[in-house]
Each structure stands twice: as structure tokens, then as C-alpha cells.
Ligand binder design. Structure first.
Ligand code: C5P
Length: 213
């Protein structure tokens, strides 16, 4: 299969030295890219800045902002059998970018933010993508209900949901526990390394593509 993966957090600049971002190490997305290559698939990884090594034998497309990630996805999603959106995209960006460093003279500072494009939400209608579409959901409550709502709203085949209120897994960790939410069913993948979870997720995506799931 040809698989596109988005990973990492986007960075939305405020001025030349500051930016807004999300908490995300990118480990899950990079583990998906590695597992995909190991299992014989061709991977295109579109990634926000991370401290991780670029996995070998993949097409790697580095981006910074959500807008750049959107453009990269738009240019590369055609011809993909599956697209897995694990990036932590910033929901908002500053409405204007200061070309000079903002001085700390005032006691308070108000930043105006505008909404970023929903990249996963653009896949079906805007990009006319008809392959397997997989989104991620990080939730602190009502995990399955919220994931299922996202599954329908963004026309996905699968949502990989993680409960970020659980300590020791998820953010920055090498381990995670996820719930695979399909239109008709759910499947719990209990706590495991992100590497092993990534393998299982790629296999689940392959089953969806081949109709063997
Ligand atoms: O709605 P929410 O942001 O929680 O959805 C999370 C899913 O949507 C993730 O798969 C994430 O990569 C994707 N997403 C996106 N573009 C955004 C926001 C989220 O692709 N602007």
C-alpha cells in the first residue's frame, strides 16, 4: 500500500522568536511510519518539527505550520491507499505575524487568533480522497462517544482514540493504550509500546483496505 502519515505538532509563529504549538512528541506517527516500512508499504511522512530521527526509506516532507501541512497533504494525498492523520495540528494561529520581536513593555498583551484549516476534515470533500482514512482522537472524557462523533463528522474509516487523562502513557511516553473505533465496532489495544501498537494499527488499516477486517 501507499500510506500517507501526518505526525508531530504544527508550529504557528507569533514573531521571529515565539510560536504557538501543541503538546506532542510525534512518536506515535513516526512509529507508524517505521512499522509501515517494515511491513512492506511505501510511506510518505508529513511532519511538523520534532526531535526524532527521520525514519529510513520513506518520503519525508517537513512542514512547520498547519497551512503548510494542509498544502503538503493536498499535494500528496492523491494515489494513497491509506492516510493516517496523527499530527497534533494547532487549532488556531495568530491572526498576524509580527516581523519584529514583540517587546515586553506592556503589562498585558492580547493575541488575536484565527482558526486553522481542518486538514483531516478536508480529505473527503475538498481533496476528493476516497482511500482508507484514519484519524486520531485525544480525549480526557467520553472517549468512545467523542471518537465516534469525530469518525462520522470527518468521514473516517477508523479513529484511533487515546485517553490523555491516564498517567504514564500517551504524551511523550514510549507507551500508549488506544481504542480503535470503527463505524460498527470497537477494539481495545491494551497498554503496549508505541512500536507494537503501530504495527497492529498498520495491520488493521491493511485489513480495511483489503476488506479482510
Ligand atoms: O477534532 P480534532 O482536532 O480533535 O481531531 C483530531 C484529528 O484531526 C487528528 O487525526 C488530527 O491529526 C486531525 N486534525 C487535522 N487538522 C486539524 C485538526 C486536527 O488534520 N486542524
Amino acid at each position: 500500500m501507499n500510506i500517507l502519515v501526518t505526525a508531530g505538532a504544527t508550529r504557528e509563529p507569533i514573531d521571529p522568536v515565539r510560536y504557538l504549538t501543541n503538546r506532542s512528541s510525534g512518536k506515535m506517527g513516526y512509529a507508524l511510519a517505521k512499522a509501515g516500512t517494515t511491513l512492506g508499504h511505501r510511506i510518505t511522512l508529513i511532519s511538523g518539527p520534532t526531535s526524532l530521527d527521520i525514519p529510513p526509506n520513506i518520503d519525508f516532507i517537513p512542514v512547520e505550520t498547519a497551512q503548510e501541512m494542509l498544502e503538503a497533504v493536498k499535494a500528496n494525498i492523491g494515489g494513497q491507499d491509506a492516510a493516517i492523520f496523527s499530527a497534533a495540528v494547532a487549532d488556531y494561529r495568530p491572526s498576524s505575524l509580527s516581523d519584529k520581536k514583540i517587546k515586553k513593555t506592556a503589562d498585558s498583551l492580547t493575541l488575536e487568533l484565527v482558526k486553522n484549516p481542518d486538514i483531516l476534515g478536508s480529505a473527503r470533500l475538498q481533496f476528493k480522497y476516497d482511500g482508507i482514512l484514519v484519524g486520531f482522537a485525544a480525549e480526557t472524557e467520553n472517549l468512545e462517544i467523542n471518537a465516534r462523533e469525530k469518525l462520522c463528522r470527518k468521514a473516517c474509516d477508523l479513529i484511533v482514540a487515546n485517553d490523555i487523562s491516564q498517567k504514564g502513557i500517551g504524551f511523550d511516553s514510549d507507551h500508549n493504550e488506544v481504542l480503535l473505533v470503527y463505524p460498527e465496532r470497537t477494539r481495545l489495544l491494551p497498554v503496549d509500546s508505541k512500536e507494537r501498537l503501530a504495527h497492529t494499527i498498520i495491520e488493521a488499516v491493511h485489513e480495511l483496505r483489503t476488506g479482510t477486517g
